[in-house]
Design a binder for this molecule. Structure first.
Ligand code: NDP
Length: 473
């Protein structure tokens, strides 16, 4: 660990890192400097954690909603009190800059979503009361919930999984991504300053730990965010324990710009819809379909926004774009751009690695004159690349938006009434009008088709981490 770190950051890392001589080295995504060794825990450690979480669950459930909410609000206060320290560690480990819609924004989201999970009302519902029959629908704790998270928004997504599950009286075992374990373990350490013992446990290990978590007989529910391929494996792993599943599996969100849209007015929101977290976002805009009447204006307006956005090391206050988080993701992005070039794509800006910034930096890359069927359009790039496809008939654009096996988000840009008509025909869990990717703890969020199933956030998100029980009579 570097001696030049602020004392609070060194102290937090010291609480979560592996014992000396053990663990896996975690590198700063931007500088590739060593941060610390993360614990490399085993399946036996996981089994022990699940046993402890199971033993703690009845006591946590017995506290009732009011007391649990109170403790979760105190955990949100603890996150706020440590937000800057956590944001710095997140910035180094994940790569995202402190500023822009990045690390500080993510920490703000953590406490906001935790507070929402703590305070959203969920009353029993009287489903029949007609003088002859009387029945109520209640939502009870499931037991122990497993949370398996990705590396792109590791803290906020962990909170989305943890907050509602704890609120409903479950205890939670968290398996962070191998790429970003330190910041997740640090978040849990901060929350555990106020939560009772063993209610929230992190186990940092490899894929075998994730697979065991999904198949463990004492796990009643898995909250998973990651790739579609891993989602399928989790379905298989949970065949034995019949764990309930919420699967958020990413996507390849389409945006459709209608004729008459004002290119310069929409360009900043289009840009951040696509490039939030340097494009490493499940519900980012990943392919843009623009009507031929406004195509060149939209391409030019986006390029103009892109050129104003500084990219670099996350801890430098001026940057709003960072590196790819890991070499595998860098290779995917690089391959897709090279393939687009080879198939006639026009590079408007970017187009080759930004090696002057560091090993994992790839510049914002706009690729025009591309078409469905090209890899850069059909595959999820999960990085700072946006293919822009020209269309002449909105029916074509709708068919393209629906043409892939994923359906997390989508957006339609232009006249609101026209856009809403188009939105109703798009196969995705959310369709935004004149924006893309904005989320709100009160509004349910989830995918369809290959993007998974189950809803997060709001009252639907609370129900998803509970078992329904009917009291009849
Ligand atoms: P994965 O789906 O492989 O990993 C997500 C999480 O699942 C990690 O914690 C991982 O652990 C864990 N995991 C891996 N294998 C298993 C298993 N068999 N059983 C249970 N858990 C398992 O995503 P990657 O990080 O490898 O990213 C691959 C692609 O997924 C990206 O290129 C991107 O397209 C997409 N993705 C989508 C995200 C989204 O927000 N929906 C987020 C991140 C990625 P471990 O780290 O130990 O492998």
């Amino acid at each position: 660990m570097s001696d030049s770190l602020p004392a609070d950051e060194s102290a937090l890392i010291a609480r979560v890192q592996a014992p000396a001589g053990e663990g896996r080295a975690i590198l700063d995504a931007a500088t590739r400097e060593h941060i610390a060794h993360a614990p490399d825990q085993s399946v036996a450690d996981l089994d022990d954690a699940i046993a402890r979480a199971k033993a703690a669950q009845p006591g946590w459930d017995a506290l009732g909603h009011e007391r649990r909410s109170d403790l979760l609000l105190r955990a949100a206060d603890a996150i706020d009190a440590n937000a800057e320290t956590l944001a710095r560690l997140l910035s180094r480990e994940q790569g995202k800059p402190l500023n822009g819609p990045n690390a500080r924004f993510e920490l703000g989201g953590c406490s906001a979503w935790l507070r929402a999970a703590a305070t959203t009302p969920l009353e029993p519902q009287v489903v029949v009361d007609d003088g002859e029959a009387y029945a109520e629908l209640h939502y009870r704790a499931i037991g122990v919930v497993g949370a398996i998270g990705p590396w792109n928004w590791p803290l906020m997504i962990s909170i989305w999984q943890i907050g509602p599950a704890l609120r409903m009286g479950n205890t939670v075992v968290v398996k962070p991504s191998e790429y970003t374990p330190l910041s997740v373990l640090a978040l849990l350490a901060v929350m555990n300053e106020v939560l009772p013992a063993d209610v929230l446990i992190g186990v940092s290990g490899g894929r075998e730990v994730g697979a065991r978590l999904a198949s463990h007989p004492d796990i009643g529910k898995i909250m998973f965010t990651g790739s579609t391929a891993t989602g399928r494996k989790i379905i298989e792993s949970s065949a034995g324990n019949l764990a309930r599943l919420t699967l958020e599996l990413g996507g390849n969100d389409a945006g459709i710009v209608l004729p008459g849209a004002d290119a310069s007015a929409i360009a900043p929101d289009l840009f951040w819809g696509a490039f939030i977290n340097t494009g490493q976002t499940c519900a980012a805009l990943k392919r843009l379909y623009v009507h031929e009447s406004v195509y060149e204006e939209v391409v030019a307006a986006l390029a103009e926004v892109a050129e104003r956005m500084p990219m670099g090391v996350g801890l430098s206050e001026e940057n709003v774009l960072g590196p790819l988080q890991n070499p595998q993701q860098f290779d995917i992005v690089h391959r897709l751009v090279e393939d687009a070039k080879a198939h006639g794509g026009r590079i408007v800006t970017g187009g080759s690695p930004a090696t002057e910034l560091g090993e994992l930096f790839y510049p914002v890359t706009l690729v025009a004159d591309v078409a469905d069927g090209m890899a850069v359009v059909d595959e999820e790039q999960f990085g700072p690349v946006l293919p822009i496809v020209k269309y002449s008939d909105v029916e074509e654009a709708i068919a393209s938006a629906n043409g892939l096996e994923v359906g997390l988000g989508a957006s339609v840009w232009g006249d609101r009434d026209e856009a809403r008509k188009v939105a109703a025909r798009i196969q995705s869990g959310t369709v935004w009008i004149n924006s893309h990717g904005g989320i709100d703890p009160r509004i349910p969020f989830g995918g369809v088709k290959g993007s998974g199933y189950g809803l997060e956030f709001g009252v639907e998100g609370l129900k998803a981490v509970a078992v329904p029980q009917v009291i009849n009579g």
